[in-house]
Write a protein that binds this ligand. Structure first.
Ligand code: SAH
Length: 210
């Protein structure tokens, strides 16, 4: 293992990422497969990096933390909103039985699809859709993760979460720090825990097909 990869893995363990499957995914996946050539030398740093369309690939430690908080059961159907580079999507694909990932930019969705195919991740469907609507044809989901920030939990999306399901979502106003929330749906309603403060790109309405 490269020295910088070993350093990243040590950092993740120190941060409390104890789930061996998640650590294994991050160790085996090459982040350089998910960024443009100009950032290849920075892939092993624990930082967010720019991708096309003014978006970002999240920091590996945040991806690990969000994934761990999702507590993905082996047999589960997961909805991701905000495919972006496809890096988080690939990890979800390795942990869940079925993943639906929604992206509003055609270029990003197409590129992520190709990357996942190349890695033989075949249980993931990338959809060019507006994530505010969730994905009703496959609802309800066992787990839902949003990788773009919303001002409030989108009602259509939360309605597509199973009772007993978990949603991880950054909530906050544009250009401000957001709170990463863990939302557990139970029979009586939602049980919400604030995990940490984060900074994600804002979720926007509508598709960009050009
Ligand atoms: N997990 C991704 C993060 C990408 S940034 C990664 O690590 O690469 C967030 C993504 O959410 C962006 O690609 C952005 O285009 C997408 N997004 C924003 N609003 C959206 C919406 N309404 N529907 C679907 N995707 C959306």
């Amino acid at each position: 293992m490269q020295e910088s990869k070993a350093f990243l893995m040590l950092k993740l363990r120190r941060m409390g990422i104890s789930n061996k499957e998640i650590l294994g995914c991050i160790e085996s996946l090459d982040r350089s497969d998910f960024v443009s050539k100009s950032f290849l030398d920075r892939c092993l740093e624990d930082i967010a990096l720019p991708i096309d369309c003014g978006q970002t690939i999240s920091q590996p430690s945040l991806v690990a933390l969000m994934t761990q908080q999702l507590e993905i059961p082996q047999r589960s159907k997961v909805l991701e909103i905000g495919t972006g580079s496809g890096y988080q999507t690939a990890i979800l694909g390795r942990l869940a039985s079925r993943v639906y990932s929604i992206e509003r930019y055609k270029i990003l969705a197409d590129t992520a699809k190709k990357r996942l195919e190349k890695l033989n991740i075949s249980n993931v469907t990338v959809l060019l859709q507006d994530g505010f609507f969730g994905y009703s044809p496959q609802a309800p989901f066992d787990r839902i993760i949003l990788t773009a920030a919303v001002e409030e939990i989108p009602s259509l999306v939360i309605s597509q979460l199973k009772v007993g399901g978990i949603m991880i979502v950054p909530v906050g106003l544009p250009n401000q720090k957001q709170s990463l929330l863990k939302v557990v749906k139970n029979e009586k309603g939602l049980d919400i825990t604030e995990l940490m403060s984060v900074r994600f790109v804002q979720m926007k309405e509508g598709l960009v097909k050009a």
